[in-house]
Design a protein around this ligand. Structure first.
Ligand SMILES: Nc1ncnc2c1ncn2[C@@H]1O[C@H](COP(=O)(O)OP(=O)(O)O)[C@@H](O)[C@H]1O
Ligand SMILES: [Mg+2]
Length: 310
């Protein structure tokens, strides 16, 4: 038996003659954190909005928790949570008032509402803010309050649409730390992000481009799937080294990352020979050990294959 919590098949959405989501299929297993990665306009939010029942699909099917989402959705919606890209908090209410409001939408009241509110606000590390107006909170704080609101009814499946957009890396880490308990509790999560560091924390990823799913798998499988290894060379002469290294036999690409040049070569290639060729250029550099490509390398490769428009 499949342990898929969410099964999406050939999901398509058109707006007039524009196809925003073009036959997307994927499965998410129980307890997985599944990341949607892709540039603006790729179709991530449209997909999520269809799965949340906010938007009707043009065609295709989706099952969640064993039910057909588009014909029996009302039977499972209460077991799903959604945090949209734009905060849906009411800014002139306090944090606690917001949670009471969202709780009532989910049918929570009395002691249960109180207990869940306390639990979630503490878990998201915003308990101290409970009597503050949402309008006085920072973006990062609002995002964690939004997450508390979206999980108040203990959903089994959670949709997070760019939950950390517009916050700095520290705030972003706080958000993911707050998520750790949810993940631990076995919640199944679909999260969209632009951030490759966040994507690396997901169990599996799907790259969405132009409404289509062009690559998917665990971060390590996607990286290994390139069939490449990378040598990261630190050098003060990074521009000259990058330029010259491109001509070295066996070097497939030379990409700058900070002051390092990342040389990609075939996984059955000879890193020793490449390093000797680099040394013969006469430029100073500190060699690194051969490593697997990063998600950024995967992304660059999808661009090079023409799967992502430049
Ligand atoms: N209601 C709508 N009417 C017309 N076009 C839309 C609508 N919603 C989204 N789109 C278009 O669909 C494409 C995908 O949008 P979206 O799913 O929001 O992308 P993403 O979330 O990946 O940035 C975009 O080109 C967007 O302009
Ligand atoms: Mg979006």
């Amino acid at each position: 038996m499949s342990d898929a919590v969410l099964e999406v098949e050939n999901l398509t959405r058109r707006f007039g003659d524009f196809t925003a989501v073009d036959g997307i299929s994927f499965e998410i297993r129980k307890g997985e954190t599944f990341g949607f990665l892709g540039p603006n306009g790729a179709g991530k939010s449209t997909t999520i909005r269809m799965l949340c029942g906010v938007l009707a699909p043009t065609s295709g099917s989706a099952r969640a928790l064993g039910r057909d989402l588009f014909t029996q959705g009302q039977l499972v919606r209460a077991r799903m949570g959604y945090m949209s890209q734009k905060s849906s908090l009411l800014t002139d209410l306090t944090v606690a008032e917001n949670l009471a409001f969202f709780g009532s939408l989910y049918g929570l009241s009395g002691e249960r509402l109180k207990a869940e509110t306390t639990h979630r606000l503490r878990e998201m590390q915003v308990w101290a803010l409970r009597d503050q107006l949402v309008s006085s909170l920072s973006t990062g704080e609002r995002q964690r309050v939004s997450l508390a609101a979206a999980t108040l009814h203990e959903p089994e499946v959670l949709f997070l649409d760019e939950p950390t957009s517009g916050v700095d890396p520290l705030r972003r880490r706080l958000f993911w730390e707050a998520m750790a308990d949810l993940i631990d509790d076995g919640m199944t999560i679909l999260v969209t992000t632009h951030n490759l560091g966040e994507a690396d924390q997901c169990d599996r990823l799907a790259f969405i481009l132009g409404g289509r799913l062009v690559a998917s798998g665990s971060p390590s499988r996607l990286k290994a799937g390139l069939g490449r290894r990378v040598l990261a060379l630190r050098t003060p002469e990074y521009r000259r080294l990058q330029e010259a290294a491109r001509a070295i036999p066996g070097v497939l690409s030379a990409v700058l990352q900070g002051r390092s040049v990342r040389l990609a070569y075939a996984e059955d290639g000879d890193p020793g020979a490449i390093l000797r060729s680099v040394a013969s250029l006469g430029l100073p550099f500190a060699p690194g050990e051969p490593e697997l490509p990063s998600l950024e390398d995967v992304f660059v490769d999808l661009v090079d294959q023409g799967r992502i428009p430049r």
